[in-house]
Ligand binder design. Structure first.
Ligand SMILES: *[C@@H]1O[C@H](CO)[C@@H](O)[C@H](O)[C@H]1NC(C)=O
Ligand SMILES: *[C@@H]1O[C@H](CO)[C@@H](O)[C@H](O)[C@H]1NC(C)=O
Length: 333
């Protein structure tokens, strides 16, 4: 694993060599798909974040959904973010899989949640038919659904960068054991990752929004069962730090946590408490752990140009942890 950064460099050299001979074979790195939406008229934006949820309402999924509905109403949310593992255990079988309605449409029924959802894929989604879960046909069943591998959302005061993290994890490729991963349109891993990182770096560098937020399924830092994701720390984190990213938001561990980076402004926020939780694992992590909750819940985020307010809630809608950041904007020259 330690070799991927080196491999990437070696790969670029190989591609360069190939390009001079056969340009048509050069895998093209294209711009990431981009969506736009306005902030509220007062310049703010409010949203909820939930992850690791699709269990047909079981394991408190419905209770979390009901509290999301209430908090969503109070905050007048503009959108919802899903950090992946949208459908357990093995993603969707096909575009007609009833799990889509049973775990999504029929669970998140509150009026305030009838907003656009922006979702990434988790490793459990990769165990199903990924092309079905990404299919626009699902929007005909429920128009809230928007799930792509990696994409950008510009919302005036904030740019969100959604990153497909599952292909980064090397053991899924080399040691899948009993799990199946649908790598169609992804393999080979090294090319996919190096193209993605190049596109992401360029997009982050070009971003002029006051807030830059990256969303992925896998943990960067975590004190729970899965712990840190080494591949993300070595490959993705340097790009986030170099480009002044404010927040990295993930799921994967079925808990809620807030960890602050020691040597940058990045906050690592885990919102993976959408259904089955209570893993009972706690391992201290390097970097500063501010909050850890092993049970179900979700997170809210309210942004203005100069302030970010983050709140974590449990299955009863009780506030567990709050954190705020502010930004002093330089006057335009
Ligand atoms: C549902 O939430 C309650 C309150 O946190 C908890 O006591 C209970 O164990 C949870 N149920 C499951 C199946 O996790
Ligand atoms: C971050 O700071 C804590 C507390 O000062 C320290 O224990 C930890 O080793 C540091 N972690 C890193 C990654 O530097």
């Amino acid at each position: 694993m330690a070799g991927v950064a080196l491999e990437t460099t070696a790969l670029s050299l190989v591609l360069l060599a190939v390009a001079t001979v056969m340009p048509a074979l050069l895998p093209c790195s294209a711009e990431l798909p981009r969506f736009e939406r306005p902030a509220k008229a007062d310049g703010s934006l409010s949203l909820l974040v939930v992850g690791d949820w699709g269990r047909k309402g079981q394991f408190n999924q419905s209770q979390v959904a009901a509290q999301m509905g209430k908090i969503g109403e109070e905050m007048d949310i503009d959108l919802v973010i899903s950090t992946g593992d949208n459908f357990y255990d093995n993603g969707l079988k096909d575009v007609r899989d009833k799990a889509f309605e049973e775990s999504f449409t029929n669970v998140y029924t509150a009026k305030s949640l009838q907003k656009q959802w922006y979702s990434v894929l988790g490793n459990h989604d990769y165990s199903g038919d990924v092309l079905a879960e990404l299919s626009p046909l699902l929007q005909k069943i429920d128009s809230r659904w928007l799930c792509l591998r990696s994409f950008i959302l510009n919302a005036e005061i904030v740019d969100f960068f959604f990153v497909d993290t599952t292909p980064f994890v090397e053991s899924y490729w080399t040691n899948p054991e009993n799990d199946h991963y649908d790598w169609r349109d992804v393999a080979p891993r090294e090319t996919y990752i190096s193209d993605l990182l190049k596109d992401l770096d360029a997009a982050l560098e070009a971003s002029t929004a006051p807030w830059k937020i990256v969303v992925g399924h896998h943990t960067m830092r975590s004190a729970s069962h899965h712990g840190d994701t080494a591949e993300l720390l070595s490959l993705l984190l340097p790009i986030l730090k170099a480009n002044g990213v404010d927040l990295y938001i993930n799921g994967h561990d079925h808990c809620l946590q807030h960890i602050s980076s020691n040597d940058s402004k990045i906050q690592y926020l885990t919102s993976g408490g959408g259904s089955m939780a209570w893993r009972g694992v706690f391992t201290p992590t390097s970097d500063k752990l501010r909050f850890f909750y092993d049970g179900q819940g979700f997170m809210s985020l309210q942004l203005t140009r100069t302030a970010a307010d983050i709140v974590f809630y449990d299955v009863f809608g009780h506030v567990l942890h709050e954190w705020s950041a502010s930004k002093h904007l330089h006057p335009a020259v």
